[in-house]
Design a protein around this ligand. Sequence first.
Ligand code: 13P
Length: 251
Amino acid sequence: MRRTMVAGNWKMHGTRASVAELITGLSALTVPSGVDVAVFPSFLHIGQAIDGLKGQAIAVGAQNVAVQPEQGALTGEVASSQLADAGCTLVLVGHSERRQLIGESDEVLIRKFAAAQAQGLTPVLCVGETLEQRQAEQTLEVVGRQLGSVIEALGIEVFARAVIAYEPVWAIGTGLTATPQQAQDVHAAIRAQLAAENAEVAQGARLLYGGSVKAANAVELFGMPDIDGGLIGGASLNADEFGAIIRAAGN
Ligand code: 13P
């Protein structure tokens, strides 16, 4: 049985004060026993979150990581060894905002994925198509290519220690959500792609859906057979709403 995961990507949001308030709210939540919860604060607030959530069943991850795992002369970057030392256990890799707005290539994100695992961090590989690509019926091809490039470079076994998040770009921050069936179709294709290489890895891999997940649509989405939880943006900045999504995952 795959454990459900609900993860909050705080993106470039937060001040010390708002993060403190969010941590207070999160600390009051009861996490259902079958659910793993994680939050991804900005680098600036990772230490605050780790300290503030000590003793809580909430893991802390980073939104990005350097291409090399060890400390070194790489101004402005943060090594996976530093994240591990700080107490992070996960890292987002290949979020569409980094692919599209920062211009992160497959080659770079593959190195980041490997750098994360080299230090025992769990990469959360984000994949997803744009609206244009969906309308051109290229969704499965695009997502398949994004996943395939990592499999090709690093091998299928790395997905025994990774999470995959399907985040259709057109659903991120737009209020538009993929229907449970649209999401399920892509998740099933992702699992089939993994299974073609290694059935056991495919069976164990957690596939999260991301894109305007809210408490109101979480139950239906998480009820689909190949959706193992969610990667939540906007709604994760509100502890009550995030808590309601966590409860939905526990049902
Ligand atoms: P929203 O939930 O705000 O649409 O963001 C999804 C996302 O990008 C999570 O990584």
